[in-house]
Design a protein around this ligand. Structure first.
Ligand SMILES: Nc1ncnc2c1ncn2[C@@H]1O[C@H](COP(=O)(O)OP(=O)(O)OP(=O)(O)O)[C@@H](O)[C@H]1O
Ligand SMILES: [Mg+2]
Length: 491
């Protein structure tokens, strides 16, 4: 057995988050780990890779007992990890990130050329020649940052590779790339621990699946001998119908937001209307301009040409703060950049956006009631509303961000990958919430790389390609139509 975890327990501040959990990874095996937000998956992965030390239990590598004081020791032993939250230094280059702390040197100086060449080779080996080793990491989209993380782990010659939600925001065709990559690693005999909320991937890639619930081992299954339905039952302890809320039946109201020939460095002559009561899906490949569009509407990087109208009146959004005051909310795809105040409580974080729109303390207190309902509605799993958000699992932090924006009762909602990293049960609850917001008169724009979600939720889908509107599709199109427009196939 390549890697063996036995009887692993871990408590934080007196709360037990792992309780006697064990699993094994064979050489060349993809072993999936699933469970609800807060089940303990990331904590177990951090223990296997030296970031946390277990309170009890044993780790064996090739049959020998090992213990890691820090990630460096685990890395030296051959255990690499790609975290759920990226750890790239945004202001450094891709190459600097890949070789951080072990830069090739020549005559005592960092050998930039060698570093760039080796990074280029690594990127080419995973089919990502498009990423420049000299690009600044922070300027890359989430999907590309993920590729850099994978390349970094590869460069470390890992024998066990832990991937904590590696495909969290990759579009379907990019997932294929990751699949090919994973298979290549398997052939080299690398054992992979694969944490994901996307059950399709779990079934496509793994040979065995371990289910955690509330810090305990539920079961380890042979993938071939189980089904998604059975797996979900193990995860959430009940049946879960796979459905999307019914679409809007009323004709949408007047245009809340309209763009006329709007453009900037990344976007060209965008015409778009978001009407009260509708959910407009935005499709497109990584880099097609989907997030740029949301960012421009929200005033992060503004439009330089064209016009934007809010409820019929021209609006020049000067900043995100200005956008918030105008009733626009934006849930970004990157929760780190979202500005969760990690040392503050769940409740305070959820109330943060309200400060801009509800200036009085009394007004905010009145809203707090609604926020508690929202936190319950999105199924935040925390020790209490006073718990600091830094102690929440990744998915639960994401839910706090959602609650924060929903609390603002915005007229226009921009969602970028709204259910990224969220477990199957809470996902359905969030879909219902999004639909209810639209039914209450909000205009919703939703970017999603998960085609079933995009198609299941949207009243119509606008597909972007190379920063332009490639076309629009009515509710419920076949997946091929979206992909066709996104890739330009057949046009
Ligand atoms: N450093 C910490 N201090 C206190 N509590 C923590 C800490 N890290 C994790 N926890 C708690 O441990 C539990 C398990 O968290 P973990 O991040 O392992 O969940 P997860 O299964 O990875 O969830 P997700 O699907 O949301 O990523 C959660 O209740 C979380 O709040
Ligand atoms: Mg996690």
């Amino acid at each position: 057995m390549l890697l063996e975890l036995n009887g692993i327990s871990k408590s934080f501040l007196g709360v037990r988050v792992l309780d006697g959990v064990g699993l094994q990874v064979r050489a060349g095996e993809v072993h999936a780990v699933v469970g609800e937000n807060g089940a303990g998956k990331s904590t177990l992965m951090k223990i296997a890779s030296g970031a946390h030390q277990p309170d009890a239990g044993m780790i064996h590598l090739d049959g020998d007992p090992v213990s890691f004081r820090d990630p460096r020791q685990a890395q030296a032993a051959g255990i690499g990890i790609i975290h759920q939250e990226f750890n790239l230094l945004p202001e450094r280059t891709v190459a600097q990130n890949v070789f951080l702390g072990r830069e090739p040197t020549r005559r005592g100086l960092v050998d930039l050329r060698a570093m760039h060449e080796r990074t280029e080779e690594l990127l080419a080996s995973v089919g990502q020649e498009g990423i420049s080793p000299q690009a600044t990491a922070g300027t890359l989209g989430v999907a590309r940052q993920q590729v850099v993380e994978i390349v970094k782990a590869l460069s470390l010659d890992a024998r066990v590779l832990i991937m904590d939600e590696p495909t969290a925001s990759l579009a379907d065709h990019e997932v294929e790339l990751l699949y090919a990559l994973v298979r290549r690693l398997q052939e080299r005999g690398i054992g992979i621990l694969y944490v994901s909320h996307r059950l399709k991937e779990v079934f496509d890639l793994s040979s065995r699946i371990t289910v955690l619930k509330d810090g305990k081992l539920v079961t380890t299954l042979d993938t071939a001998a189980t089904s998604p339905e059975a797996l979900v039952r193990h995860m959430v302890g009940r049946e879960l119908a796979h459905y999307y809320p019914p679409r809007a039946t009323a004709t949408p109201g007047p245009a809340r937001l309209a763009l006329k020939a709007a453009g900037n460095r990344k976007l060209h002559a965008i015409d778009l209307e978001l009407r009260a009561g509708e959910v407009v899906g935005i499709g497109g490949l990584q880099g097609s301009g989907r997030s740029s569009l949301a960012r421009a509407i929200f005033g992060v990087n503004r439009f330089s040409t064209g016009e934007m109208f809010l409820d019929g009146s021209p609006l020049h959004v000067r900043s995100p703060r200005h956008a918030v005051r105008a009733g626009i909310a934006y849930v970004t795809e990157d929760r780190k950049a979202e500005g969760l105040v990690l040392g503050q409580s769940v409740l305070d974080n959820a109330m943060l956006a309200l400060r801009a729109v509800t200036p009085t303390v009394a007004g905010r207190a009145a809203r707090a009631v609604g926020i508690r309902e929202l936190l319950a509605g999105v199924q935040v799993h925390a020790a209490g509303e006073r718990q600091e958000v830094r102690f929440l699992s990744g998915g639960n932090q994401q839910k706090v961000i959602l609650a924060r924006w929903l609390a603002m009762k915005p007229r226009i909602l921009l969602f970028d990958e709204p259910t990224r990293g969220i477990d199957v049960g809470a996902k359905a609850a969030i879909h219902d919430l999004i639909r209810r917001l639209a039914d209450d008169g909000a205009a919703v724009l939703m970017i999603s790389s998960e085609l079933p979600e995009l198609i299941g939720m949207s009243d119509r889908i606008v597909v972007l390609r190379d920063g332009r509107v490639a076309g629009e599709l009515p509710a419920g199109p076949p997946e091929e139509s979206v992909v066709g427009l996104a890739t330009g196939a057949g046009s």
